[in-house]
Design a protein around this ligand. Structure first.
Ligand SMILES: [Zn+2]
Ligand SMILES: [Zn+2]
Length: 342
């Protein structure tokens, strides 16, 4: 098969389009012929960082996969040749730890992430254990479906399961990347009044189109005051913070007493200073949403099939142009994913 292998960590040019042996399904593997694979920010980070021992060798990136079942291991359950499927971000979870049994398999200590500890979807074929795949609903195409397991499902997790957003609540979404743009749509779909923040005023009309009731453009990142005004209620009930760092400090000032802040990203990874009193004296709840469980993927797929969410794909490129796809994704110019087509 053809696959893109990370030969040199660092620049996009380290991605090499090569021929390698076809993978062979064993145990509970499902062999998937990849029809589409999203390019995630995480892929860029893994490519840029020095290699670590936990990474699969050779390393094939990609965990946002849709495709068709073309082979089954002897113990694979629930799938047949020809099924249209979409992956969670994982190749394996243990299935029996307390996390796996409580819809939190994203925290399974034994999990193998696709495109990290296991070979990923920048390839014509990929192996995924059966409990890390979902059937693709009728009417949802492969390109659209590919990114539901990561940005869309994680937004579902943040808004619905972690944020517990209820109809009529005021919700702020920070950062208009993959998770943020879908969180806006999902919060709107569940009946919230949605405020979106962005540093880039050019994105404002599109965010309105996605369902934002108000857009706060803050090139300097200081959005708290404008958000309190836009809320019409002195602040928002829930913040879905996909940015972290200084945005978290602003979020603390944008939320009402007793409000909830959901952490679902940290763009810079730098520490920030926070006064504990600004949290506990105001009765705030700080929660975190860690990627997407299989059930959350199924729920997000239902919303996509029902037309309640539109997964944002900016561009498709052939798999052989993975390096160009990384350059485009790094530019931050696009609103939506780049998706590779083998
Ligand atoms: Zn992803
Ligand atoms: Zn587990």
């Amino acid at each position: 098969m053809k696959a893109v292998i990370v030969r040199d960590h660092g620049e996009p040019s380290g991605l090499s389009y090569e021929t390698m042996d076809d993978p062979v399904p064993t145990g509970r593997h499902v062999l998937v012929k990849v029809h589409a694979c999203g390019v995630c920010r995480r892929d860029l980070l893994v490519r840029r960082a020095p290699p670590t021992r936990e990474l699969h060798s050779p390393l094939v990136l990609g965990h946002e996969i849709s495709g068709e079942v073309v082979g089954l291991g002897p113990r694979a359950r629930g799938f047949q040749i020809g099924d249209r499927v979409v992956s969670t971000q994982r190749e394996y979870v243990c299935g029996h730890c307390s996390k796996c049994r409580t819809d939190r398999e994203t925290l399974c200590a034994d999990l193998r992430f696709l495109g990290n500890q296991a070979m990923g979807g920048y390839a014509e074929l990929v192996l995924v254990n059966d409990d890390n795949l979902c059937q693709l609903p009728e009417g949802v195409d492969y390109v659209t479906a590919s990114i539901v397991g990561c940005p869309v499902g994680t937004a579902y997790n943040a808004v619905c399961d972690t944020g517990l957003v209820r109809i009529g609540e005021r919700v702020l979404v920070t950062g208009m990347g993959g998770v943020g743009t879908h969180a806006v749509q999902i919060a709107k779909a569940v009946g919230a009044f949605v405020i979106a923040t962005t540093r880039d005023g050019r994105k404002a009309p599109m965010l309105k189109e996605l369902g934002a009731d108000a857009v706060v453009v803050a090139p300097d990142g200081q959005f708290a005051k404008a958000v309190r005004e836009a809320s019409g209620a002195g602040g928002v009930d829930v913040v879905i913070d996909t940015v972290g760092g200084p945005a978290f400090q602003q979020a603390l000032r944008a939320v009402v007493l007793g409000g909830r802040i959901v952490l679902v990203g940290d763009v810079t990874g730098k520490p920030v200073e926070v006064k504990m009193t600004s949290i506990y004296r105001r009765g705030l709840e700080i929660r975190s949403a860690v990627s997407t469980s299989r059930r959350q993927l199924q729920m997000a797929l239902r919303m996509v099939a029902a037309g309640q969410i539109r997964p944002l794909v900016a561009k498709t490129l052939p798999l052989s142009e993975a390096a160009e796809a990384h350059r485009l994704s790094e530019s931050d110019e696009l609103l939506g994913r780049v998706v590779l087509i083998p």
